[in-house]
Design a protein around this ligand. Structure first.
Ligand code: ADP
Ligand code: MG
Length: 579
C-alpha cells in the first residue's frame, strides 16, 4: 500500500484540502439539528416570536450554504487528487509493460493486462477519492453525532449503544460472506475481456470460419458467469440493507417512546427529541458508510494486488551493469551449446545448439513447424535469454551489449509481422526515426515494395489502418522487410517473412540483398528449398536440434531429412505442373 502514496505527492494541496473541506461540511451538518431544535423549543413553544424564528432560520440557511460549499470543494479536491493518482499509476503500469521481455509478456494474457491497467486502476482511483472524503466523514459524523446526542440527554442517547453492536454484528456477518465473492468477480471480468480481445484480434478468421455463433456462446458463458457472480455478491449486500434499516427504525421508535414519556415529565423538550432522532440516524448512517468503505477497501486491495503483479514483475532481460562499448561492425553470430526452455514447458524448445556464421554470410534454417526455428533466432536480439550456453555477436555475449545497441544492429522480421496504424513512411521509420525519404525509398526498393507503394496515389503517405489490414499479406511482408532494412542492420533475420510472396519476388529480394548488402549477415527461416538453396550454409532443424548442416549440394547427398523435404517439394511442384 505504501508504494501508492507517491502517486499522491504531486497533489499535496488537494490531498490536504479535500478532507479539510469535508470536516467543514460535517461540522455544518451536525450543527443543523441543534438550530432546528432551538426554533421549535424557543421560537415556537417558548414564544420568542417570528423575529427569533426568522433569524434562527437565517442562521440555518447560512450554515447549510457553508456546508454545501465545503462539500462541493471537498469533492473537487478529491477528484483532482484521485484523477492525478490514476493517471500516474496507469502511466507507470504502462511503462512497465513496455519494458517487459517476451517471457514477461507470456506471464500475463494481454486481456488481463488491459483490465489491470484500466479497470483495476480506476477502482483504486475511486478508493482514493473515497478515502479523502468518506474516511473523514464517517468517523467524524459517528463521534460528533454521539457527542451531540449525549449533550442533549444521556439517558435517551444510551439507546444508540444498544443499536450499534447489533448493527456491527449484521455488517460483519454480511461482509464476511460477500468478500470472497468480490475477489472472484474481478477474475471473471478478466475472462470476459479475454474473450472480447481474442475475438476482435481474430474477427476475420471468426467470420471466415462461420464461428460467430460459437463465439457468441463462448462470450455468453463468460458474460453470464461474471454477471451471476456479481449478482450473488450484491444479493448478500442487499440483504444487509433492510436489516440495517430495521435496526435503525427500531432505535428511532424507542427514542420516540421514551422521549414522549420524558417530555410528559418535562425532562426534555420536543425539539430536542427531534434533534436526537436526527443525530441517531446520522450515527447509524455513518456506520453503514464505514461498512461500504470497508467493502470497497477490500476490493481495492484485490485490485492493488493485481496491479502490483505488473509493477513487481521481474524484468528478466535488462541492460548489463557495465555494457560493452564495442560497436557491432562485422555481424558474426555464434551459438555456443545453447539450450532454451520456455517457462513452465516440459522440455527444451532448442537443445545444445552450436554453430558460427561469419559476417556477410547467408544462412538458411529449414525444418518442420514447431522444430524450434523461431525460438532459435529470437535468442539473437535477446527477445528471450538462453537457458544455458551463450549467443555471441561479433565475439561478445549478447547479454553484454546495451539492449538498444544490440537491437539496432540486429534486424528481425518476425513471423507474425505487425504494422501499426499510421502512414507507410511512419511505419518504415520504426527502423530509424531520422531516415530520409531517399533512405526509405531505397529500403523499399530492396524489399520490392517500392512499386506498389508508388502505385498508390498517396505513395509513402498512404495510411495503414490498424494492423495494416488494408494491405495484402505479401505487401505487409515486404513493408516489414523494408522497415527492418531502414535500420541498416549488421544482422538481418527473416523469420518466414517471405511466405506470402511469389517465388520471383522473393528471389529478387534475395538477389538485391546479396548484391547491395553483401556485408550484412542474413539468417533466413524458410519453408521452401528454393529460398534456401543459394545460402552459404543451410541448417536443418528437428525437435529443437540442428540435425544437419551444409550447402545445398552437400545436404542433398548426406541429409535424409533435407532429401525428404526436397523430394516432397519437387513432387508437389511436378503435381502442379501436371495439372
Ligand atoms: P518453429 O518456428 O520452428 O515453428 P517455434 O520456435 O515457434 O517453432 O516453437 C518451438 C517449440 O516451442 C514449439 O513446441 C512451441 O510449442 C514452443 N513455443 C513457442 N513459443 C512459445 C511460447 N511463447 N511459450 C511456450 N512455448 C512456446
Ligand atoms: Mg516459427
Amino acid at each position: 500500500m505504501r508504494r501508492y502514496f507517491k502517486y499522491l505527492k504531486g497533489s499535496c494541496f488537494a490531498v490536504l484540502l479535500a478532507p479539510l473541506m469535508m470536516i467543514l461540511e460535517v461540522y455544518c451538518d451536525l450543527r443543523q439539528p441543534e438550530l432546528m431544535s432551538a426554533i421549535v423549543d424557543d421560537g415556537i413553544r417558548g414564544g420568542l416570536g417570528s423575529s427569533y424564528i426568522l433569524s434562527a432560520g437565517g442562521r440555518m440557511l447560512l450554515v447549510a450554504l457553508v456546508g454545501f460549499a465545503g462539500g462541493a470543494l471537498s469533492l473537487v479536491f478529491a477528484t483532482i487528487a484521485s484523477q492525478n493518482f490514476g493517471r500516474k499509476l496507469r502511466s507507470d503500469a504502462f511503462s512497465k509493460v513496455q519494458s517487459f521481455s517476451f517471457a514477461n509478456i507470456d506471464d500475463f494474457s494481454s486481456a488481463s493486462l488491459v483490465t489491470r491497467i484500466t479497470n483495476d486502476v480506476v477502482f483504486l482511483q475511486t478508493i482514493v477519492a473515497m478515502a479523502l472524503r468518506m474516511f473523514v466523514r464517517a468517523p467524524m459524523t459517528f463521534f460528533g453525532g454521539i457527542w451531540h446526542a449525549l449533550m442533549i440527554k444521556p439517558q435517551l442517547a444510551a439507546i444508540i449503544f444498544i443499536a450499534i453492536p447489533l448493527l456491527l454484528a449484521v455488517l460483519i456477518l454480511t461482509i464476511r460472506k460477500a468478500f470472497p465473492i468480490f475477489k472472484t468477480v474481478q477474475a471473471k471480468l478478466d475472462k470476459v475481456n479475454a474473450v472480447i480481445q481474442e475475438n476482435l484480434t481474430g474477427i476475420r478468421v471468426v467470420k471466415a470460419y462461420n464461428r460467430a455463433q460459437h463465439e457468441n456462446d463462448r462470450f455468453g458463458k463468460a458474460n453470464m458467469e461474471f454477471a451471476s457472480l456479481s449478482i450473488r455478491a450484491q444479493q448478500i449486500m442487499a440483504l444487509m440493507m433492510p436489516l440495517l434499516t430495521l435496526i435503525m427504525n427500531a432505535a428511532v421508535v424507542s427514542v420516540l417512546w421514551f422521549g414522549a414519556n420524558l417530555v410528559g415529565a418535562d425532562e426534555i423538550q420536543v425539539g430536542e427529541v427531534s434533534a436526537l432522532i436526527t443525530y441517531i440516524t446520522r450515527i447509524l448512517g455513518s456506520l453503514m458508510m464505514m461498512s461500504m468503505m470497508f467493502t470497497s477497501a477490500s476490493r481495492a486491495q484485490a485490485s492493488a494486488e493485481r496491479i502490483n503483479a505488473i509493477l513487481d514483475e521481474n524484468i528478466d532481460i535488462m541492460d548489463p551493469d557495465q555494457p560493452t562499448t564495442r560497436p557491432i561492425t562485422r555481424g558474426d553470430v555464434e551459438f555456443r551449446d545453447v539450450s532454451f526452455r520456455y517457462k513452465g514447458a516440459a522440455g527444451d524448445a532448442v537443445k545444445n545448439i552450436s554453430f558460427t556464421v561469419k559476417g556477410g554470410e547467408t544462412v538458411a534454417i529449414l525444418g518442420s513447424t514447431g522444430s524450434g526455428k523461431s525460438t532459435l533466432v529470437n535468442l539473437i536480439p535477446r527477445l528471450y535469454d538462453v537457458t544455458s550456453g551463450a549467443v555471441l555477436v561479433d565475439g561478445v555475449d549478447v547479454r553484454n551489449y546495451r539492449i538498444s545497441d544490440l537491437r539496432s544492429a540486429v534486424g528481425v522480421v518476425l513471423q507474425d509481422n505487425i504494422l501499426f496504424s499510421g502512414s507507410i513512411a511512419e511505419n518504415l521509420r520504426w527502423g530509424d526515426e531520422n531516415a530520409t525519404e531517399e533512405e526509405l525509398s531505397h529500403a523499399a526498393k530492396m524489399a520490392q515494395a517500392e512499386e506498389f507503394i508508388t502505385a498508390n496515389p498517396d505513395g509513402y503517405n498512404a495510411v495503414l489502418s490498424q494492423r495494416g489490414v488494408n494491405f495484402s499479406g505479401g505487401q505487409k511482408q515486404r513493408m516489414a522487410i523494408a522497415r527492418a532494412l531502414v535500420k541498416k542492420p549488421k544482422v538481418l533475420i527473416l523469420d518466414d517473412s517471405t511466405s506470402a510472396l511469389d517465388m520471383t519476388t522473393e528471389s529478387k529480394i534475395r538477389k538485391t540483398l546479396k548484391t547491395e548488402l553483401s556485408k550484412m549477415t542474413v539468417i533466413i527461416i524458410a519453408q521452401r528449398i528454393s529460398s534456401a538453396r543459394n545460402a552459404d550454409k543451410i541448417m536443418v532443424m528437428e525437435n529443437g536440434k540442428i540435425v544437419d548442416c551444409g550447402t545445398h549440394d552437400y545436404l542433398l547427398g548426406n541429409s535424409r531429412v533435407y532429401k525428404e523435404i526436397y523430394d516432397s517439394q519437387l513432387q508437389a511442384d511436378e503435381e502442379v505442373h501436371d495439372v
